[in-house]
Design a protein around this ligand. Structure first.
Ligand SMILES: C[S@@+](CC[C@H](N)C(=O)[O-])C[C@H]1O[C@@H](n2cnc3c(N)ncnc32)[C@H](O)[C@@H]1O
Length: 265
């Protein structure tokens, strides 16, 4: 079995790889949540700040606090934030920041499956939420229509079957509507709803797909960082073929996410 370790060490590398898609999807997730203006938000596992920033632009919040255990990500988020309603703090599940009276909305984008204990995390998120407030999360559909990562892991596993354990589709069974809904209900949330949100991930050319994978931040880049240059070149060639090099069109794929929300009674 290969060792699984996710590296979250460079804000700019993460931005080019996944942050750009978080940024693209965040407004649809926020609009789906329907949180009233003036609400106080906590964004758990905020990373480089895509969701927190989008909340300021699209949800007229009273305040937004983003938290994440990664020091470089929090630094990046702070350096790119200019909104007085927005702040960031270094903290992770197990010691999430409290707010007197509770938050109206505690949320998390593309992070729930990386928490060591998702059930404890959602329980903690619920405990920090005010009465009638909303707990929510959104995760990629790794085993289904998160197509550019699906294509990545399917290609990797064909070349290197031992890497099967690293495939996020296999690693994260929580990223399914039935598992997410069961988790939210187990944590005592009511009026639980789960829906798909899709975006199109357009890459200018193969380089736009491949180069962000070389930054060493996130599961797929962490895997590539473990390869020697020859195996890396073979993987790149196979990915380029799988992405339709022979059709001569820039790659354009669907990325589906599952959004889940529940209310504190
Ligand atoms: C895929 S990134 C998502 C970041 C950001 N929300 C976004 O959508 O771009 C996952 C994030 O979860 C964070 N994370 C990992 N373990 C965590 C924990 N126990 N508590 C809070 N955040 C955690 C990582 O540091 C990383 O920033």
């Amino acid at each position: 079995m290969m060792e699984i370790r996710d590296e979250w060490k460079a804000g700019s590398a993460y931005e080019g790889f996944m942050g750009r898609w978080s940024r693209q999807l965040a407004p649809s997730f926020i609009s789906w949540l329907q949180i009233p203006a003036g609400s106080h938000w906590l964004d758990v596992g905020c990373g480089t700040g895509s969701l927190s920033t989008a909340i300021c632009h699209h949800a007229a919040p009273g305040s937004v606090l983003g938290c994440d255990p990664s020091e470089p990500f929090i630094q990046f988020a702070q350096n790119h934030s200019e909104d007085a309603r927005l702040s960031f703090v270094r903290a992770g599940t197990g010691s999430l920041p409290h707010r007197g009276g509770g938050y109206d909305s505690v949320t998390s984008l593309f992070a729930l499956n990386f928490f060591p204990d998702p059930e404890a995390a959602v329980g903690e998120m619920r405990s920090l939420t005010a009465k009638r407030g909303v707990v929510s999360a959104c995760v990629w559909d790794y085993s289904g229509k998160m197509e550019f990562l699906r294509l990545f892991w399917d290609t990797v596993v064909t070349l290197d079957p031992a890497a099967g354990d690293l495939d996020e589709g296999k690693r994260f069974p929580i990223c399914q509507p039935s598992a997410l809904s069961a988790l939210f209900r187990t944590c005592g949330l009511g009026d639980v709803r789960c829906e798909a949100i899709e975006i199109t991930t357009r890459f200018a050319d193969f380089g736009d797909y491949w180069k962000p994978l070389l930054g060493g931040t996130g599961p797929a880049p962490t895997y590539i960082a473990s390869l020697d240059s020859e195996r890396r070149a073979i993987l790149a060639d196979n990915l380029e073929k799988a992405l339709g090099r022979d059709q001569g069109k820039p790659p354009s794929l669907v990325a589906r996410a599952w959004a889940i929300r529940g209310r504190v009674d």
